[in-house]
Design a binder for this molecule. Sequence first.
Ligand code: SAM
Length: 258
Amino acid sequence: MKKESVVAKKKFGQNFLKDQVVLQKIVQAMPKNDNKIVEIGPGLGDLTKYLVDVKSVDAFEVDTDLCKLLQGEFKKEIATKRLHIHCGDVLKAWKSSLVDETYDLVANLPYYIATNIILKALADPMCKNILVMVQLEVAEKFCAEAGQKVFGSLGIITQSVGASRIIVKVPPSAFEPPPKIDSAVFLIAKKRDRPDKDFEDMLRVAFSQPRKTLIKNLSFKYEKSELLVAFEELKLIQTIRPHQVCTNDYHQLYKKIK
Ligand code: SAM
């Protein structure tokens, strides 16, 4: 099969990034270090081409037609072990870590599983940085600050692990075929491990009804009297909403009520 005759498969979330300026911005934003690169969903190889120029790459692609095409396009890089293509579903290949050396995830992700992939990468001790294109709305959740309406569990988990920022917003016209929504590239620089499961369970309860007060949500699972003491100690007013509390206060609250 030739690259030009590939028809994008909706079921695999295939929107190929064609804008060379955006591709270069992704490469320029890559952290400078000795980590290997993992690319999830190399597709037609437009980003892969830039990545193998900089570092060695492990790429995971579910579409067997695209795997064959990539094996033809990147014969030389595969022979010199600059590129390793894993053909199959990345979620099935992912054990506690995805590869057995430290890596940065750099990818234009399949949007239907993007949040799941990022959460797995945040929990993967081998993954050190995450530089990915996703739906704009999802990028904004991962990069949100306390006080913003979209600040929630994803923002708190991200801030607990490291620092995040949006690199560039990307319009539908940058892709072939164009998706119906805006996209964005964002970077998470990991500094610590993902918080423990019980902390994340507390977040789920805290944001179960995002427009209600935090204390009301938390009192579904935790003792109201203990919550009142903890709120008092942390100087949190009782009418505060879940998105108005900063990450550090969530950790302090967890220590007091767990
Ligand atoms: N990186 C290419 C680009 O920027 O043009 C393609 C990006 S496209 C948005 C997402 C890619 O992820 C597609 O190639 C798709 O086949 C692949 N993909 C979808 N689900 C996958 C999965 N579960 N495991 C691995 N790859 C997957």
